[in-house]
Design a protein around this ligand. Sequence first.
Ligand code: FES
Length: 322
Amino acid sequence: MTTAADTAADESIHVTVLELRWEAAGVVSVRLGPEDGALPGWEPGAHVDVVLPNRIVRQYSLVESAPDLRWYRVAVQLDPESRGGSEYIHRFLRPGQQVRVRGPRNHFPMPKHGPLVLVGGGIGITPLLAMLRSAQAHSRPWSLHYGGRSRGTMAFLPELEPYRDRVRLWPSDETGLPPLDEIVSSAGHDSTILACGPGAMLDAVGAAVARSGIPEERLQVERFKARPRPPTVDAPVLVRAARSEREVLVDENTSLLDGLLRAGVRVSSSCRNGVCGTCEVAVLAGVPDHRDDVLTQAQQAAGASMLVCVSRAVGGEVTLDV
Ligand code: FES
């Protein structure tokens, strides 16, 4: 029998909403499980696509799962600018309803060794909670700095209570913003800093790391929203789809992803915004013009892969393994 766990990452699994639980003001967690069988295994930092009944697809980091993978838990913050994802979940999604999940995928993996310095802001706590539980279970050194507007808006505080000696809370109405320079410079030389939260916080962590002289590769960040980018004037790109044996001329107003899909070349996608990593494809020839928020600077410089929903090609030509 095929179980949910046998499903490929870009196939969707039907799951039922088992529970909705308020975690903080504006944050609800959702427990999702298949009718029978187990869900695919996952590692801390992974996210799933949730396909809602209104057909909107959103990505949510996995907070936890049942030991036998009979359910996943994700957490959703109500976005005042919601375009139908978080608003739908908060207002309309209820236990017993069916949704679909795809994945999990992980573009924010925990390093295998060494101490962890976790820096979270707001709903960015979700992947970090899974990481600290894993680190704790494996007796790895870790610490967490967790900021939010106020304690009432900060999810999962009861879950963090047992780790009081390793967790520093920064509710800004009480403490002000976390002292990022101090936090970064006190990280041990073998530590990895993993940060997840609002874009402004992640930019500030990146700037603190740059000022500290700590090598950039010791910082890993996950963004939920794409960084604002200056407007660009794009040129057409000739994409050679090697496996499909197709050449596709993508005009300047069309993403490489849409150009390939319209030409019948199969490419997985989800956010279409350069933040989820689903559309990453291998580059066989050519130089990508990277515009995503997933690949590290080192990965972008290597040019071995690109995210075709947002990135284009230097020189107007690229050959992809699709
Ligand atoms: S579809 Fe999400 S990064 Fe391209």
